[in-house]
Design a protein around this ligand. Sequence first.
Ligand code: PEP
Ligand code: MN
Length: 450
Amino acid sequence: MTTAPPTFDTPSHALTTDLPAAQQPSWPDRTALDEVVSTLGSCPPLVFAGECDELRDRMAQASIGEAFVLQGGDCAETFQHATADNIRDRIKTVLQMSAVLTYGAGMPVVKMGRMAGQFAKPRSKDTETRDGVTLPAYRGDMVNDFEFTAESREPDPKRLLRGYHTSASTLNLVRAFTQGGFADLRMVHDWNVGFVSNAANRRYEGLAREISKALRFMAACGVDFDAMTATEFWSAHEALLLDYERPMTRVDSRTGDLYDTSGHFLWVGERTRQLDHAHLEFVSRIRNPIGMKVSDKADPEELLRVIDLLDPQREPGRLTFITRMGAGKIREALPPIIEKVRDSGATVTWICDPMHGNTFESASGFKTRDFEDVVDEVRGFFEVHRSLGTVPGGLHIELTGNDVTECLGGAERILDEDLNKRYESVCDPRLNHRQSLELAFLTAEMLAEG
Ligand code: PEP
Ligand code: MN
């Protein structure tokens, strides 16, 4: 990654609008919020404009089938779990999945974490009731605490600053791991070390042996591996809290353009993508590559207006639609949307989120997803794109490097009665390490078929 220009001005003109913004916390203390917003405005950027421009180029490659995007990480990061081991294991998981995809399908993978900023959550209800007690819903560690007490659930703007600092230390570790030699392809075996042994790991080990053999062959032929010691790894999160994203926005001194320096790639969620609301207006003003979630309920005509707003120049890599339809709906709901967008001459990158359309409550009361549904949605995504001649550009996955029991199924056959063994997510259920690798092997086959 290249470094950025030397100056990072805070925009002189306010980024605020009168447009309504959904899913924002009701901060109890306005003065405290203003102080935090002003502090954030003078904090150093977490990412640089030049990096965001490079990522836009990578997303453009994915839009034409010359690369495949892998976005993965927690549904909701938490301050408590932003530990070195957890961060390392998530990076390792994404690196392993990328190796599987690259080796299996011969495709460069654009590696991106739902990481270093994924601390705010939209909620379907403003409140949560337990045993007759009703409190504000948990909205992510940047807003309030998961603990179910009135004090913990009160939104606290100081958490925005803690979110900034936790993002900075997470990103520091991401950069150290991926620039400092750990992501070197010659470390392909080491990424597997430390995970509980299982069939998916063993299959990975076989693939790692083949990769190592190929690398030794290339080394013997005189190939210079210095270029492989570092890998690109980008940060991404939902641009939900405007009181965080706006003050993190800076002017790029090279061009005068605005960049949200809280992360490389920002997406707008399903619940905040109203055309006449503040979130789309905000992302229309920044130059970062932008994503938007698209459910089966999306109106194709409305998506064209979104494209006009966010990508008026039809710039490849600028706009990504992250479709999240549900396994049972994708084959019906996705084609009319893709056709409309394709026929308009737009150049969006299509990514499949096979998680958010497949969430349900299990008989034992856990919010879960079935691995079979996740795989089936990915399969449907490939089928639809292949039948329309469009490009399946990537995957967006909620995952962890840990051995959790949050999603059902997979080869280890996690059952409803297993969910309580190690359910750690404070929001949506994630694929565990093994399920993530299994999904990568299956996706590599689908990708290779094309
Ligand atoms: C999410 O990505 O965690 C999320 C809330 O997704 P969506 O906006 O698609 O529901
Ligand atoms: Mn989620």
